[in-house]
Structure formats: structure tokens, C-alpha cells
Design a protein around this ligand. Structure first.
Ligand code: ADP
Length: 400
């Protein structure tokens, strides 16, 4: 069984072809700058193996249809065909917002497309781009089953006391204003991996999963189900991220409008693109921030402090929410690679019996690593996320 995974953005298309027998990547690729004067494509066949072949193209790529055709040519055309078109069993699509309509991954049909469209107001940048990818794939792969895997679906088990905002109730009833949560595919994936490592059923496992990439969120997982998460109606709520503010006093909007004459769009752009680590110290990559701290940059120090303190507050809050915690799991770019962020995010959790083995924590592994001491009351693990594999597994499971 070969599954093509597609993550379609507004001007980019990420794809990966997986052989599900071995769960290995046959091809991974990224098309960027779609619709711009010059597009870019990097295609890696058999990445990380001795058969690896990298193709880079630099040419105008007018739209997603052209992008997908280029990818198909590299996968299924030419002399060294990687697999024939009819070998592709199914296609899994990442879809950002499923609103309250999707509690799990779903085979795509006309009704599903309409429902994703109906959720566009909740994700005005992402859902239209995801839909473009779906429509192009349906056109280019007629008859191949296509599955939508939603970032929000895993969080649909969150109970009302955690998903409701204390706002006039009609806003929920009429406009579906509530907390949804994102990164669900990643949280679910690492939760599943963690349960397997612990030798437990996912449905018997409580954990706090900490996804820290350019975007970041933390989830409380009770008996295998998400019961709270830090992102809300949009991915802006919660943690301090690369360029997103995370939690702020909602009255900041009014303050900025009244005192600085900023428009809603300006405030929105500022909170999403000019805030977070970048807003605090001008850098949004944690590696640059550590380097700057070493060189004595005070604002970089503050940025690291604000980010890790927010992580720590939410981890502690979710430990309180869960009562019993089997494991804390760190994942994604920062979570997997940054021992300093992990260590500072766990400071003070000795109250819960959390003990980190700093020697092990300082190690870098591309595979699951336990960083807590053997006598820690709660196990702390680093588990690499793999959203493409998670989407491919979901796609396979739905079709079976
Ligand atoms: P995205 O949310 O874009 O998927 P990733 O999960 O790939 O993000 O994480 C990207 C971030 O991970 C980078 O912005 C960088 O801050 C951080 N990162 C990556 N490698 C390292 C590293 N070795 N040490 C610290 N931070 C890292």
C-alpha cells in the first residue's frame, strides 16, 4: 500500500509518498512560491537512504495544479520511475479546521468538501489552501480514495467547560465561537507512541503532550483523549510562539485601537506575525536566541524566559487538570532539539515529583528518549513527531 500525503498551503505544496508496508518515505517534496515570478521545488527520492536522489527546480509554477503535476512527474514519470500512478492506493490531506463537523479523519466526498468550505470563516488562510490541494488531487487522481485528516479532530473530545469562552452564549450558538485547538495530528501521534512505549493502551494513559515548533501548543490527554489544549478559536491562543503572541489580555486590542489608532487588521497581523519570540527580541528561531544569549543579548534572555515560563505554567496547569500523569512528552523542532527549553519548562515541577536527568536531557537523539530519572514520579520523554506518517496511518486506517 502506497499513500501520498499532501499538505497544501496558500503558496506551497508539501508532499510525501509512503510505503505503508515498511512505513518508509519513498519521496518527499516541497514546492514553494506558487504563483510568484519564480517557483521552487525540491524533490527527494528515497530520502536518507543510499538511493537518495535530490532534484531541485527553479521555474515559474503558476498554480497548485502545475505544482502537483510537477510532483507527479517526478514520482511517476521519467526514466527512474519511483512508482506508477496506479500504485498510489490513497491520498491523505492535511486540513487545518474541521470545526465541530469532524471528530475524526474522513473519506472526502462532495459533502465533506462543502463542510470544509463552511469552516473557512474559522481558518480563512488555511482551509481555502487545503481545499485547493484536495480539488487538484481529485482532478489528477480520479478514482483514488482521498481522506481528510483534520488538525482540530483530536481535540473534539474537549468538554464544554474547557472549550467555552465566557462570552455571550449566542456567539457559540450562532457563530461557533469556542476553543478548538490545533496540532491534533501531532499530539495524537506522540500520545500513541508514548502509550506504546509505556506498554499501555492509549485509552488507559494520561499525559501532557508539549508540541514546540515554530507554532506551539500543549495538550492534556486523559485516557487517550484530548481534554484541554492551549490553542483556541485560532492558533494564536496559548504559548509564546515564533511570531505569535499566545495569551494576551483581550483588552490589548481596545488599547491599541484607541491609543495608537491601529485597525483590526493591523492588530491581527501584529499578534500573529510580529509578536512572540520575534516581537520580544527580533529573532524567532530558538537557535539564534541561544546564540544571542551567549553573546549577552538581554532581550533574547527575556524572550527565552517568557517562552519557557508560559510552557511551565501550562504544563503545571494540565497536571492539575489530569490529577494522575503517566508522562510528559516533548516534540517538534524545539521540543525535540532544545534541552535548555525543556529543562526550563519543567522547572518547579518537582512539586509533582518530576525529576529530569540533565545529562540525558542534553543528549540529542532522533528517536524516543526518556529524559526523567528512574525515580521521577512522572516519566518525561522526547518523542519525534511525524505528521506525514500520522496522516498516512489515519488514511490507511479509515480505508480499512
Ligand atoms: P513548524 O511549526 O514550522 O513545523 P518545526 O517543528 O519544524 O516548526 O520547528 C521549527 C523550530 O524549531 C525553529 O523555528 C527553531 O526555533 C526550532 N529548532 C529547530 N532545530 C533546533 C535546535 N537544534 N535547537 C533549538 N531549536 C531548534
Amino acid at each position: 500500500m502506497k499513500i501520498l500525503v499532501i499538505n497544501s498551503g496558500s503558496s506551497s505544496l508539501k508532499y510525501q509518498l509512503l510505503d505503508m508496508e515498511s512505513e518508509s518515505v519513498m519521496v518527499s517534496g516541497l514546492v514553494e512560491r506558487i504563483g510568484e515570478e519564480k517557483g521552487e521545488l525540491t524533490n527527494k527520492a528515497f530520502p536518507g537512504t543510499d538511493r537518495q536522489k535530490v532534484t531541485e527546480l527553479d521555474q515559474p509554477i503558476p498554480d497548485h495544479n502545475a505544482a502537483m503535476r510537477l510532483a507527479i512527474d517526478l514520482i511517476c514519470g521519467g526514466d527512474d520511475t519511483i512508482c506508477s500512478l496506479d500504485e498510489i492506493t490513497a491520498i491523505g490531506h492535511r486540513v487545518v479546521h474541521g470545526g465541530e463537523d469532524f471528530h475524526k479523519s474522513t473519506v472526502i466526498d462532495a459533502d465533506v468538501i462543502n463542510a470544509i468550505e463552511a469552516n473557512v470563516p474559522l481558518a480563512p488562510l488555511h482551509n481555502p489552501a487545503n481545499l485547493t490541494g484536495i480539488k487538484v488531487a481529485v482532478e489528477l487522481f480520479p478514482g483514488v480514495p482521498q481522506v481528510a485528516v483534520f488538525d482540530t479532530a483530536f481535540h473534539q473530545t474537549i468538554p464544554p467547560h474547557a472549550y467555552m469562552y465566557a462570552l455571550p452564549y449566542e456567539l457559540y450558538e450562532k457563530d461557533r465561537v469556542r476553543r478548538y485547538g490545533f496540532h491534533g495530528t501531532s499530539h495524537k501521534f506522540v500520545a500513541g507512541e508514548m502509550a506504546a512505549i509505556l506498554g499501555k493502551e492509549l485509552s488507559e494513559t494520561n499525559m501532557v503532550t508539549v508540541h514546540l515548533g515554530n507554532g506551539g501548543s500543549i495538550t492534556a490527554v486523559e485516557n487517550g483523549k484530548s481534554v484541554d489544549t492551549t490553542m483556541g478559536l485560532t492558533p494564536l491562543e496559548g504559548l509564546v510562539m515564533g511570531t505569535r503572541s499566545g495569551d494576551v489580555d483581550p483588552a490589548i486590542h481596545t488599547f491599541l485601537a484607541r491609543n495608537k489608532g491601529m485597525t483590526i487588521d493591523e492588530i491581527d497581523a501584529m499578534l500573529n506575525k510580529e509578536s512572540g519570540l520575534k516581537g520580544l527580541c527580533g529573532m524567532n528561531d530558538m537557535r539564534d536566541i541561544h546564540k544571542a544569549i551567549e553573546e549577552g543579548d538581554e532581550r533574547a534572555k527575556i524572550a527565552l524566559g517568557v517562552q519557557t515560563y508560559r510552557n511551565r505554567k501550562y504544563i503545571a496547569a494540565y497536571m492539575g487538570v489530569l490529577g494522575r500523569v503517566d508522562a510528559i512528552v516533548f516534540t517538534a523542532g524545539i521540543g525535540e532539539n532544545d534541552d535548555i527549553v525543556r529543562s526550563r519548562s519543567l522547572e518547579g515541577l518537582s512539586l509533582f515529583g518530576v525529576k529530569v536527568d540533565e545529562k540525558v536531557n542534553a543528549q540529542r537523539a532522533k528517536k524516543p528518549l526518556k529524559i526523567s530519572t528512574d525515580d521521577s514520579a512522572v516519566a518525561v520523554w522526547v518523542i519525534p513527531t511525524n505528521e506525514e506518517l500520522a496522516i498516512a496511518r489515519e488514511t490507511k486506517n479509515i480505508l480499512q
